[in-house]
Write a protein that binds this ligand. Structure first.
Ligand code: URA
Length: 238
């Protein structure tokens, strides 16, 4: 149960003050009855609310996919840098979304944002082994030895032994390589540190897949959209 004014404000119908005034003026109906008490407690999942005669589609959670640009941090707040939350519209900010896991400031690509704490927990927990696929450009050639080392489990600089990771070489020559890397964990700077362990550097990193969800290639960097029902179902199946 929640206060009517809070429900409508959270859904983006205005500030709490604006919503209160709207209710007072008789623009809001609950179960077909005009309600003028903003403090009325109702269960929005069960009671039908109308504003100006239009049914309010209630939702508790939002799920967004962003093509994260370089230069912004995957956090909800930062003293110095722009955050991924700064890039989204107020109509979504009101749901207080947060990023699912983190991408480094210079990493681009698929970032999920939600206010669904339970799903977030499952997606980032190492227990559930959710595949994350990255496209990476490397400063040196990448070969069979690296593929085998990734498959065996790379030991990072802090002696942590990574789970087996899949490394696919798209192309490699004396100038460097382009690869796909699939990991199931999300240790700090993991992909970069895995390559450092084999004496190479990642010069460009883009996440292209999270679980079964692919980055929508029609999203420019900095753009985002809601997940489709199909994408959400895929994530929830994890
Ligand atoms: N691995 C990294 O090194 N950086 C990221 O942003 C994601 C994975």
């Amino acid at each position: 149960m929640e206060r009517l004014d809070k429900i409508l404000a959270n859904l983006g119908y205005g500030t709490r003050k604006e919503v209160k005034s709207m209710i007072k003026k008789g623009f809001v109906q609950v179960e077909g009855e005009c309600v003028v008490d903003s403090g009325l407690n109702i269960d929005p999942q069960k009671s039908e609310i109308k504003v100006n005669g239009e049914i309010v589609v209630y939702r508790k959670f939002i799920y967004l996919m962003m093509n994260k640009p370089a230069g912004v941090v995957s956090a909800t707040f930062d003293n110095y840098d722009e955050t991924v939350i700064d890039l989204i519209e107020p109509e979504y900010q009101i749901f207080n979304p947060f990023p699912v896991g983190r991408l480094d400031k210079d990493t681009v690509g698929l970032l999920l944002l939600t206010n669904d704490g339970e799903l977030n927990h499952r997606l980032i927990s190492p227990k559930w082994h959710v595949d994350k696929v990255y496209y990476a450009e490397i400063n040196k050639p990448v070969g069979v030895k690296d593929v085998e080392a990734f498959e065996k489990g790379i030991k990072l600089d802090d002696d942590y032994k990574c789970l087996p990771a899949k490394l696919e070489v798209i192309k490699s020559d004396e100038n460097g390589a382009e690869v796909y890397v699939t990991i199931q964990e999300g240790k700090f700077h993991q992909v970069k540190r895995m390559f450092e362990a084999v004496y190479k550097n990642v010069v460009y990193l883009k996440r292209i897949k999270f679980g079964e969800v692919d980055l929508d290639n029609s999203l420019e960097e900095g753009e985002y959209r809601e997940l489709t029902q199909g994408e959400l179902d895929d994530l929830k199946r994890v």
